[in-house]
Design a protein around this ligand. Sequence first.
Ligand code: PGA
Length: 265
Amino acid sequence: MRKPILVANWKMNGSLHSNQALLVRMLAKLRPFRKTVEVAICPPFPYLFQVRDLLGYTGISLGAQNASRAPSGAHTGEVSATMLQEMGCRYVLVGHSERRALYHESDNDVAARFRQVRSANMTPILCVGETLEEREQGQTMAVIERQLRAVIDDIGMAGLTGCIIAYEPVWAIGTGRTATPEQVAETHWAIRQFLENCEAGAGESLRIVYGGSVKAGNAADLFRSPEVDGGLIGEASLQADEFSDIGAALANRVAETESACDTLG
Ligand code: PGA
């Protein structure tokens, strides 16, 4: 069974003081679900060290929000994957829609970053998703397949093993607008079919999480389908209670799925 994961994407928020207060409360509140749900926190680069220390031996993983497409050298302002690995990162977001839209990261850039993360022995969380216009034109899967294909062409299906895919419809990120549970389940299913067609077993084994305005109030609905292996949480990850309630919703879904499987024998 795929272990569900909740990833906090703090984006460009926080301070030494607020991070400490947030994490102390969050760690206490997440304790009951730690066995069922894996958790990763992705702070801005300058706070990696602080967050790593606060996470200590809690079992919660450290992640970063991006990595350079180059291994090292004259790339002012960039941070390499090996530096992130040295800081204790286990996960790195790659191809977040804000990076694609605001910083013009192309599919090829994203593939190069993915490769760097992989070669530094970390797990990429590859973000894919369509704009509202693309959804309305029926282009959702064509866009997602193009985004996935760029990475697969670069690194091969073997390079995808163990990575996480985050389905994040661009129109739902930071907007307060979410996809319906049906749209989420349907798109996750279609992504699995695509991966399965690329390589038998890939669709079944990879974790696919949903991101885009997930809150405590809608998490149970959005996570209802077992196609959804967790969430990538932006705004709501800046509030300890909100984030841990999302964790509780995910843990409940897992418990329900397990007991349904037991009943079926
Ligand atoms: P949001 O962000 O939860 O604030 O919509 C999600 C994301 O950007 O990963």
